[in-house]
Design a protein around this ligand. Structure first.
Ligand SMILES: [Zn+2]
Length: 267
């Protein structure tokens, strides 16, 4: 298998795996979404909230704020406390604010870390307060994975697609440019006396170009041997770290099958 990075801009990442089974790349995608462990706020203790947002809504919004870190934490299910919550399995963030003016927006950056977990994005609005209104609370973050709750899902987008193949028959092509106009992704262009595909991986296989061509010169298909994996991280881990973490999860699962089978044979 050969892997090529097609794009790596900020939180967005695209790679092409050539010679890989789609099911294999899809396993990585599903593991990233459901089984990579990251921190998220699980409990919020509100001491004061004189704003208009109900406590429950404020707590829900805080639960969805992407968090980073969590080194040294264990999952509550694996902790000595039995999941009740203790410094080994929970990290605390506090928020204390009094609005100095009307229409004062409280952002996620005001959640101050008191442990190993901190906010991944400081610019997420949590509440709007009028002058003199206060919020004081303590948020407890725990490790978890996407299959437990969406707040532990580390990606906002995780998708795969096959390599598109666009074939142009030069005998039939009259260079009418109707396909160039019809393509919603604008990946067709007439260069010299030929129709060219400028960016094949942007093709969504919609076949608008096939419909638009009056001479039937274009055909669109796909190659299942080459697969594109696109991830958009929500900030807890970089896309590359997510792929490494997913590979580790899969590796550990396969290892546990092997060990289990070996133990059965030995007994
Ligand atoms: Zn604990």
């Amino acid at each position: 298998m050969d892997v090529e990075v097609l794009g790596n801009v900020g939180a967005r990442f695209k790679l092409v795996a050539r010679g890989a089974r789609p099911s294999f790349i899809n396993a990585i995608r599903r593991t990233v979404m459901a089984e990579v462990v990251i921190p998220a706020v699980e409990k919020v203790f509100i001491a004061e909230n004189s704003g208009v947002l109900y406590d429950e809504i404020l707590a829900h919004r805080i639960g969805l704020v992407p968090l980073k870190g969590g080194e040294g934490l264990v999952r509550p299910s694996e902790c000595d406390c039995g999941g009740k919550g203790c410094p080994r399995c929970e990290a605390i963030l506090t928020l204390e604010v009094e609005a100095p003016e009307d229409s004062f927006t409280v952002y996620s950056g005001r959640l101050k870390p008191e442990g190993s977990v901190f906010v991944a994005n400081n610019d997420i609005p949590l509440a709007v307060l009028n002058k003199g209104q206060k919020i004081a609370l303590e948020a407890h973050a725990r490790l978890g994975s996407g299959k437990e709750h969406a707040k532990w899902q580390p990606v906002s987008c995780a998708a795969i697609k096959y390599e598109p193949i666009i074939t142009v028959d030069p005998e039939k092509c009259s260079l009418s440019a109707r396909c160039v106009e019809a393509c919603p992704k604008r990946i067709l262009a007439i260069e010299g006396n030929a129709l060219k595909v400028t960016s094949i991986w942007d093709c969504t296989l919609c076949k608008e170009c096939v419909e638009a061509c009056p001479n039937g010169a274009i055909s669109v298909s796909y190659n299942t041997a080459n697969v594109l994996l696109a991830l958009e991280s929500e900030g807890s881990l970089s896309p590359q770290e997510l792929i490494y973490a997913a590979c580790d999860v899969l590796k550990n699962k396969f290892e546990s099958i092997r060990i289990s089978l070996e133990n059965k044979e030995a007994s």
